[in-house]
Ligand binder design. Sequence first.
Ligand code: FAD
Ligand code: NAD
Length: 478
Amino acid sequence: PEDQPPPDPTKKTLVILGTGWGSVSLLKKLDTENYNVVVVSPRNYFLFTPLLPSCTTGTVEHRSIMEPIRNFLRHKKASVKYYEAEATKIDYEKKIVHISDDSEIKGDISSTEVPFDMLVVGVGAENATFGIPGVREHGLFLKEVGDAQRIRNRIMDCCETATFKDQNDDEIKRLLHMVVVGGGPTGVEFAGELQDFFHSDLKKWIPDITENFKVTLVEALPNVLPMFSKQLIEYTEQTFKEETITIRTKTMVKKVTDKYIEAESTGPDGKKILEQIPYGLLVWATGNALRPVVKDLMSQIPAQKDARRGLNVNEYLVVKGTENVWAVGDCAVANYAPTAQVAAQEGAFLARMFNQMAKTQEIEQQLSELSVAQEKAPNKDARDQVFTEIKELQKRLRRVKQMGPFEYSHQGSLAYIGSEKAVADISWLSGNFATGGTLTYFFWRSAYLSMCFSTRNRILVLMDWVKSKVFGRDVSRV
Ligand code: FAD
Ligand code: NAD
């Protein structure tokens, strides 16, 4: 392919990978006039992941929590290039990103290279399966819009198949057994949403399934939601009991087949039991794993030799062992949990830093011009005037350069647990305050609503909530 020169050769090219929480929050605050900005991501929209579990049952429609990246970029001051592609390899030495168009429609050119001066890696993470056989073939994940749609369809498919004429009892039980593996917030929120769907809609539309519809949450550790306080864990477990969601803790899934999972549970006497649990729907939510493109980048940088969970970054989010590569969000390890909150704050921090770097450069340029002007000044008065200007600029430069390292400010953790209840650990309310219950649920709703990307998203989500309350959720399978 012909090499196109950057739009403005006097500016550095800043390549940003990904359109998730980290990258988009960087783009939101970045003054794009300072760089030639290029965004590469296979997803041409931002996804508000906190409401993704609600999309699996149709409480919220998926398009309500998507914001097209084109829509957002067109409001930026200077134009930003966007390529719908996946970064397949980052060549750190050559400062090049190899990109490939993986969508259905491909042109004559579907893979090429993008050179960079500065690179931000915000590609997020993959779903962890720990190499457990059968998970990828038979389980469904919950990370992207497509996943939520697949789950929504599978729930309905299981219900319709269970009520097929002459279906036998064991098969009905299996088909209506909804198993969620992983008791982190993703698994818990999904289980809660699913049980809500059953209680408020499914059993009304399809009364035949009422006896056999069952949700089970399987967790390897002794309790669910390990990042929440003990009190909230108990509250969640109690709520699940009332909702008739079965929690199977200390149960580790070892194998998955098309009709059952094989799990090893530890009894009260410490004895290990291997059992087969039949399922109709299996949602696999056991957390994050590294993306291949990140793993490959790590292998090119000696300082990343010991990195395991993601790119090791310093307190300015620079990938250790590099000078011009930064990482944000789930693909970076900065001692924080892989959450949207962390990713968003990291992105905003980088934007501030990049804006300041550009300002610093501009002032330094002005200073060097002024020092020439000072030498050439025709008389003392003119020299003095330039001198005052230099002093002013130096003061400004010191101010601009004063940027501390990234510090994460935790606003609290929130999770929806079904039957209009939510749990919250809110640090800014009188120290470490933990709460759960219906009030928290309204707080959860308003907090998420206010965090939505745009007013458009906010209105759409609000309308979805009203719609599903008034008319019930839509049970058609598409
Ligand atoms: P992501 O948001 O995952 O974005 C990664 C981006 O990179 C995507 O645009 C992707 O398409 C793109 N990409 C992938 N591969 C490539 C490639 N090779 N080249 C270029 N681009 C690529 N966190 C909270 O704090 N609160 C919550 O309530 C919450 N709820 C959640 C609910 C669910 C169901 C899930 C799955 C997660 C939830 N999280 C929540 C976690 C949160 O979503 C993540 O921590 C956050 O998305 C991380 O942001 P990120 O920018 O690193 O990655
Ligand atoms: P997670 O890593 O938080 O939890 C995964 C769980 O799966 C763990 O408890 C683990 O013990 C269990 N597990 C692993 N292998 C297993 C096996 N073979 N059998 C049974 N159990 C097994 O994953 P997540 O819930 O997807 O969350 C990922 C990240 O996203 C976290 O940082 C989380 O905080 C964040 N998130 C936050 C929210 C929220 O704040 N509401 C919602 C969703 C996700």
